[in-house]
Design a protein around this ligand. Structure first.
Ligand SMILES: Cc1cc2nc3c(=O)[nH]c(=O)nc-3n(C[C@H](O)[C@H](O)[C@H](O)COP(=O)(O)OP(=O)(O)OC[C@H]3O[C@@H](n4cnc5c(N)ncnc54)[C@H](O)[C@@H]3O)c2cc1C
Length: 451
């Protein structure tokens, strides 16, 4: 089934107004042929959680989205004499790796900011009344006229020519598109909080930089934010019967958190004891999707398109990249009078291979852990330290640093060149066919010729 793009307007619904949905909205509002509707289940848009890293690729897109200025005030230029990040053994506190701040003038400013600041910066570029709140999507129906959306409040909307599922890790749109794809509980929850730095000032051994404190199965992340706040973000092993039931971002008491970190060093035990309250997040993940599109009318974006469970700490950037490519693909194909299916094909051809590469990095991490654990017996507690040191060395060596410098704008520009070349060849071959039709000449295989 192909869906021709109507001259006047392409009816697009974005479901979800998190970082991914907001980036999609900003990009799509720039396309004059798009008639946009946006739905979110929240009664009020608010960001829970703690800090969020603005990596090089995140920064690039904030600039493209017109939202960088809002964030600039929370950032600092690198100082080469200052530590940027450390990896430590969580049991002993031993330093395993250290990185100094970059002074590259072309690199973006350093920033780890509270999540609501990122949301506010994006919202500053979006007309508020565009987002319809309290619209929890429950069902999608694909009809010849388009996709109809049903919401928990009994209302419905549509039909839409295109539905963009930006509804996060537990995406209803993904469930509809790929019913066989299953999310599962990872066996871990995250505890996160922000407290004043003064609350931990008395604790010895806190490094003046972002630090991961590793044990074999969990880690604790600590960071001094630039505005006098101290961030703590942890992982804890929680059995399936309890962990899977955890609500996203619910408050929990310190008594629930503290026992998970008994095996950590004194510095971390004191840090964990400092806050009175934490937010708890059950971590779910799932295998890579075979495609980020479904049929000719549905595209997945952000966490909906790649249930990586927060791996790499760069999910906002991945969502921004998705939004950029989707809008570019729509613009490119619209200007050439193509069907919507062509835009979705291009979107999928650019984004699915990237997610394949990200999953390959994650699988590599898991293989490293298995290899190291097989090489060292855990019978002796000193072996545990060797395992921590060896897996940290392998998985935090920076070999996957390309993820943060990945420039999707270049990738898209290259894809356009290829697409233009393919189309040119196709038109030449069609002309040749017409010209040679009397001689029964076989058509040139355009794709093979370009490949
Ligand atoms: C522990 C942890 C730490 C992380 N740290 C970082 C970091 O440092 N840097 C970084 O870049 N990323 C980080 N991430 C990832 C980042 O938070 C996500 O990748 C990012 O928020 C994805 O944005 P999104 O818009 O795709 O999804 P979400 O932020 O989940 O937004 C989804 C939106 O859809 C709405 N919605 C959901 N279901 C429905 C429905 N049925 N109907 C209507 N609306 C619906 C929700 O209300 C929400 O507004 C982390 C993730 C985790 C779990």
């Amino acid at each position: 089934m192909t869906v021709p793009i109507p001259e006047a307007s392409l009816r697009i619904a974005v479901v979800g107004a998190g970082p991914g949905g907001l980036a999609a909205i900003i990009n799509l509002l720039r396309l004059p042929f798009v008639n946009l509707s946006v739905f979110d289940q929240a009664t009020k848009l608010r960001e829970v959680g703690a800090g969020i890293s603005i990596n090089q690729n995140t920064w690039r897109h904030l600039q493209l989205l017109g939202a960088a200025e809002e964030i600039e005030g929370y950032t600092q230029r690198g100082d080469g004499t200052k530590i940027d990040g450390e990896q430590r053994n969580g049991r002993t506190g031993e330093l395993l790796a250290r990185k100094y701040q970059s002074v590259d003038p072309n690199a973006p400013p350093r920033s780890r900011i509270e999540r609501y600041k990122l949301q506010d910066a994006l919202l500053s570029q979006v007309p508020r009344d565009l987002i319809q709140l309290s619209k929890k999507l429950t069902k999608l129906s694909e009809t010849p006229a388009g996709v109809k959306l049903d919401f928990a409040d009994g209302t419905s909307a549509g039909p839409f020519d295109l539905v963009v599922g930006a509804d996060g890790i537990r995406s209803v749109v993904r469930q509809h598109a790929f019913p066989e794809h299953k999310l599962s509980y990872t066996g871990k929850v995250a505890y996160r909080t922000l407290i004043p730095q003064s609350a931990v000032a008395h604790i010895k051994g806190i490094p003046p930089a972002s630090t991961f404190w590793h044990t074999t199965k969990t880690h604790v992340y600590t960071d001094l934010l630039d505005n006098g706040l101290f961030e703590i973000a942890t992982r804890a092993l929680v059995p399936e019967d309890e962990g899977a039931k955890v609500s996203w971002g619910q408050k929990v008491s310190k008594e629930q958190v503290i026992p998970h970190y008994d095996n950590y060093c004194e510095t971390i035990r004191q840090i964990i004891a400092a806050p009175d309250e934490w937010l708890e997040f059950a971590l779910f993940g799932g295998p890579q999707l075979e495609s980020v599109i479904h049929g000719d009318r549905i595209a997945l974006l952000g966490d909906a398109s790649h249930p990586l469970s927060g791996a790499f700490g760069s999910g906002a950037a991945f969502a921004f990249e998705d939004a950029y490519v989707l809008a570019q693909a729509l613009s490119y194909t619209h200007s050439r009078g193509d069907d919507l299916s062509e835009a979705l094909r291009l979107y999928d051809e650019v984004r699915s291979p990237h997610y394949k590469n990200l999953y390959a990095v994650l699988n590599g991490f898991a293989d490293n852990v298995k290899e190291v654990e097989a090489a060292y017996s855990t019978a002796d507690v000193s072996d545990e330290d060797t395992i921590i040191a060896e897996t940290t060395k392998r998985n935090w060596s920076g070999a996957h640093g390309w993820i943060y410098t990945y420039d999707v704008t270049n990738v898209w520009a290259d894809r356009v060149k290829l697409e233009d070349a393919v189309r040119k060849l196709a038109s030449v071959s069609v002309q040749d066919e017409v010209y040679d039709s009397g001689k029964q000449q076989a058509p040139v295989s355009v794709v093979a010729a370009v490949a």
